[in-house]
Design a protein around this ligand. Structure first.
Ligand code: CAA
Length: 703
């Protein structure tokens, strides 16, 4: 048989096993091997039924994503699924691990499905910017109905085995050894003369929707409510609609067309890039193979403010006990009350039970004595951004932390090396920079100091994954990757106002680009006073370009949402702001003061002047080795700042539109304004000149 597919027989039951580590992706060798095996078994009279199983940690997790964009090789996955479905003898799929995408579609071509407890199934194609392209949009609705199917496919979420059983996606849960259970199941099907169930022939779940699709339309609208700007979720809806509007074969044809269109499009390329970039970002090029993370069974967090509380929740969520230290009982009580309130919101929305909330709270302990962190394996400092305060804390930690403890700072821009130098163990110190709200945002910038030990770095990456974050290893510089680029984006925000744009126009232009919100909305949400205080302490230019308007607003006590007024006005209890004529008057007056004649500014100019300086800063970050690869920068911006996933992150986006164009536009804006800071970065200049891109440059460098 083939290298990746084997067949064995137990009496009259044949077992076909796919063995293609790590996740049994359905690449060409697997497809052709399985096709050949099935063809042989179809004609083998000694075989009464077939079990299809996978070796290793999971049943197939889907198509081999690395094959997308390459010329297709027969047999296609759809062809294989059809062949299995047409088998004259029962085929039973034995599922375990994460049965996803094409893996689940393969299983839906089988006549029965049995799963090990703990199995999760899903069609996550939408997250790669595509739709299930091997019959999933036609077969799944025939089992669970178009309403459930559209929710399932548009969300791309995984469903646990018991839910899959109740939905009818699987027929049985295995007791004990999965393959044995599947063989026994197949034997019983044969013995009882049960039919060969071909899902394509089932009409009962889809037929009612032909006359009245209103329930489907409502479910589809709800499922796509937050899919603004993305093509795949809407294409998924249309494909599922085909399951009841069209005969099976035509539905498959429509699905195929949708798949081929999406897979060739820019959005899917961007999302596939992010899939691999996310996994690569945590890999450290010079980390020796076999570097083992230190065990982390107990965590300490210093500071029970917004960040400290959010950070602690991440650990409680996965059952790791945390001791939170504050300077006063009052501050501790406030912090705990906020954590409880945050969990309470999940409870009130039905996403968590009261018991679960209490269970998670039980992992959190409070203390006003730092000595209580003596037995913690990882200590994360999350106090306000003042170097002296941080240094004092790390000196104290050096005295009390046990040998081997990892000491992390959640600083968002301060020098980790300076902090580490306060201790006698700089090798154990690094940055773990969470993003607000820390219990929600998935990005974790892991800041590697000059002396950080490899196993300490490995520990931060490992624990980052365990708490379900997306770790990205970055180097030390002011603001690291994310905030340093954010600062570059701020260069022009207020200047645009002075030249003629309104806050709402700037925000809307970025929202239309795909960001969840624009810079002024973000400022109002985060609190304008934060930047104002930093600027006052460190000089006017410390957090970006001019912030004259923001400073003036702060002087008026307008700090943003928390004071009901900032760049916008917020009605009591509302998070959506309305434009304020007073702010416009302030802008007009300030422009006049500087002799700036205001004019009409296009949305295109707004996007270019905000996004291109970020890209240029990203180029500097790469040049300096602060980020290891352009994909790392993309992951930071997508997971930490809401850069639109359909554009793949700033560096991927830059490659797509062409570095020459970006270089030229920046050079133009720099020349026009006389602002040197807008000049394209040297690496951007060079690559633009060579006609190259960031990805190509990184690949050449790695080779
Ligand atoms: N194709 C190619 N490589 C894949 C892959 C796939 N479908 N799924 C995972 N991998 C690779 C990863 O890139 C990673 O490689 P490296 O070790 O070199 O970084 C390795 O397998 C292990 O993956 P993870 O690190 O993600 O392991 P995990 O245990 O954390 O997660 C998983 C496992 C849940 C399966 C996760 O990898 C995942 O979600 N995979 C993608 C699943 C998916 O989207 N399937 C649909 C594919 S599209 C499709 O099937 C289209 C169709 O309809 C025909």
């Amino acid at each position: 048989m083939s290298d990746v597919v084997s067949v064995r027989k137990e009496g009259a039951i044949a077992v076909v096993t796919i063995d293609n580590p790590p996740v049994n992706a359905l690449g060409h060798a697997v497809r052709s091997g399985t096709f050949e095996a099935m063809a042989g078994l179809r004609d083998d009279d000694t075989v009464a039924a077939v079990v299809l199983a996978c070796a290793g940690r999971t049943f197939s997790a889907g198509a081999d994503i690395t094959e997308f964009g390459k010329p297709p090789q027969a047999p296609g996955l759809g062809e294989l699924v059809d062949q299995i479905e047409a088998m004259p003898k029962p085929v039973v799929a034995a599922l375990h691990g994460t049965t996803l995408g094409g893996g689940l579609e393969l299983a839906l071509g089988c006549h029965y499905r049995i799963a090990a407890p703990g199995t999760r199934v899903g069609l996550p194609e939408v997250k790669l910017g595509i739709l299930p392209g091997a019959g999933g949009t036609q077969r799944l609705p025939r089992i669970i109905g178009p309403v459930e199917a559209v929710k399932f496919i548009v969300s791309g979420e995984f469903v646990a085995a018991d839910k899959a059983l109740s939905l009818g996606i699987i027929d049985s849960l295995a007791d004990g050894d999965l393959t044995e259970a599947a063989i026994a199941f197949a034997g019983k099907v044969v013995e009882e003369g049960r039919p060969v169930v071909r899902i394509r022939d089932r009409e009962d779940k889809v037929a009612p929707f032909r006359d009245d699709s209103s329930a489907f339309d409502a479910a589809a609208a709800k499922a796509t409510a937050r899919a603004r700007g993305l093509e795949a979720p809407f294409a998924c809806v249309e494909a599922v609609r085909g399951s009841f509007e069209l005969p099976f074969e035509e539905g498959i044809k429509k699905e195929r067309e949708g798949f081929l269109k999406l897979v060739a499009g820019d959005q899917s390329k961007a999302q596939r890039h992010l899939f691999f970039a996310e996994r690569e970002a945590a890999k450290v090029t010079d980390m020796p193979k076999g570097t083992r993370p230190r065990p982390v069974a107990k965590v300490g967090v210093i500071g029970a403010g917004t960040m400290g509380g959010g950070i602690s929740m991440n650990f409680a969520n996965v059952g790791i006990p945390v001791t939170i230290v504050e300077t006063s009982q009052e501050a501790l009580d406030r912090g705990f009350a906020t954590i409880r309130k945050n969990y309470g919101i999940s409870v009130s929305r039905g996403r968590m039970s009261e018991d679960e909330m209490e269970r998670r709270m039980s992992f959190l302990a409070g203390s006003t004595d730092m000595n209580d962190l003596a037995d913690a394996d990882l200590i994360i400092e999350a106090v306000f951004e003042e170097m002296d305060v941080k240094k004092t804390i790390f000196r104290k930690l050096d005295e009390i932390a046990k040998p081997g403890a990892v000491l992390a700072s959640n600083t968002s821009y301060l020098d980790i090396n300076e902090i580490a130098a306060e201790t006698s163990r700089p090798g154990s110190v690094l940055g773990m920079h969470f993003f607000s709200p820390a219990n929600v945002m998935r990005l974790l910038e892991i800041v590697r100091g000059a002396k950080t030990d490899m196993d300490v770095l490995a520990t931060a990456i490992d624990i980052g994954r365990k708490i379900k974050k997306v770790p990205v290893v970055v180097g030390v510089c002011f603001g690291f990757v994310g905030n340093r680029m954010l600062k570059a984006r701020s260069l022009e925000t207020e200047q645009l106002l002075l030249e003629g744009a309104t806050p709402q126009q700037v925000d809307q232009a970025l929202v239309a680009f795909g960001f969840p919100m624009g810079p002024f909305q973000m400022g109002d949400l985060a609190g304008l006073d934060i930047g104002w205080r930093i600027r006052k302490a460190m000089g006017s230019d410390s957090d970006g370009g001019k912030a004259e308007i923001a400073d003036a607003l702060c002087e008026m006590g307008r700090f943003g949402q928390k004071t009901g007024r900032g760049f916008y006005i917020y009605e009591e209890g509302s998070r959506g702001g309305t434009p304020d004529p007073e702010v416009e008057a302030l802008i007009v007056e300030t422009a006049k003061k500087h002799g700036i004649e205001r004019r009409e500014i296009s949305d295109e100019e707004i996007v270019e002047r905000l996004v291109y300086p970020m890209i240029s800063e990203g180029a500097r970050i790469l040049d300096e080795g602060i980020a290891q690869r352009p994909g790392d920068v993309d992951v930071v911006w997508v997971f930490g700042y809401g850069f639109p996933i359909g554009k793949g992150g700033p560096m991927h986006y830059a490659d797509r539109i062409g570095l020459k164009h970006i270089r030229d536009r920046l050079a133009y804006y720099a020349e026009r304004s006389g602002n040197e800071k807008l000049k394209p970065a040297p690496l951007l200049e060079t690559l633009a000149e060579d006609g190259s891109g960031f990805a190509a440059h990184a690949k050449a460098k790695a080779a």
